[in-house]
Design a protein around this ligand. Sequence first.
Ligand SMILES: Cc1cc2nc3c(=O)[nH]c(=O)nc-3n(C[C@H](O)[C@H](O)[C@H](O)COP(=O)(O)OP(=O)(O)OC[C@H]3O[C@@H](n4cnc5c(N)ncnc54)[C@H](O)[C@@H]3O)c2cc1C
Length: 310
Amino acid sequence: MADVQDVLIVGGGAAGYTAGIFAARDRCRALLLEKFSAGGQVLNCEHITNFPGFPQGVAGYTLGPLLQEQATAAGLQVAMNEVIAVRRDGDLLRVETDGDSHATRTLIVASGSRFATLGVPGEEEFVGRGISHCASCDGSFFMQKPVVVVGGGDAAVDEALHLTQYASSVTVLHRRDRLRACASLQERARSERKLSFRWNAALRAIEGADGVERVQVEDLATGKTATVPASGVFIYAGLTPNTEFLGGLVPLDARGQIVTDLRMRTRVPGVLAAGDVRAESARQLVTSAGDGATAALAAVQYLRDGRWPA
Ligand SMILES: Cc1cc2nc3c(=O)[nH]c(=O)nc-3n(C[C@H](O)[C@H](O)[C@H](O)COP(=O)(O)OP(=O)(O)OC[C@H]3O[C@@H](n4cnc5c(N)ncnc54)[C@H](O)[C@@H]3O)c2cc1C
């Protein structure tokens, strides 16, 4: 069949484009479908200092298009389409988009995840101007400034600890009266003098002018609202993997992330996952790129020998 892809990739982030580079270099017929714009979450990263090869750091809006440029130069086809469904079609997989339909021998799901939002005033307005989901990426922008962290799990507390290196104060806002984070993280957090907690605390609004200046916090026990000064707001209210279009095709873990083996293979022959969308991902650009490379190599091997782990 002339229109059958060897490798079809869903998602144009670091994972997807790296998978595309590797698949195309192996002379596979490879197509990447992206619903939004080249780069995925990298476009939210103002200044990336932990991606190898950029000793002075690199802006996300620079790196994103470079990923696409390198992949298309290698021979990857790219189409701007949202994938809305995937189903098995005999030996092939059928990928439906909002305007098209594609058949493929292997599928690499690299659709990333989105941060759960709080739905409070100011949350959309200050994205990139004080609101972040990545302390290791953005913490240094808040040197000697007060920040708040929203959440009470491992991610929130770990990131709050990381932020104490930079911020003048770190206030963790948590809706409950105790943390969900593991005991060792809690112990470290309690002994860190820059870090404090507001229990039964719900973020109600994020306010400022050019950037974030303060937040409004409701005490759920008393119903009273207080103003807390903050230049940065780090939100860890959960991640939502972008897997709805798979419609139950592959097993997911309890968080809805795609379960793979170490070579990025799901239990379904020909279907692989890479980057933030998969379980156990480190959720960094370089690890997502590494996942993409691993997935493409595993897909190529499957195309050659037809073997898939039981
Ligand atoms: C504010 C911020 C700062 C960060 N800073 C850093 C940093 O400094 N260093 C670092 O290493 N990491 C950083 N990260 C994390 C890093 O951006 C991610 O780990 C990485 O981008 C994930 O890559 P990915 O390819 O797995 O997914 P994504 O980048 O999320 O790409 C997935 C793509 O799939 C597309 N997609 C989703 N569903 C569909 C569909 N149905 N059809 C078609 N396309 C679809 C999306 O539009 C998206 O483009 C940061 C993250 C954020 C939010």
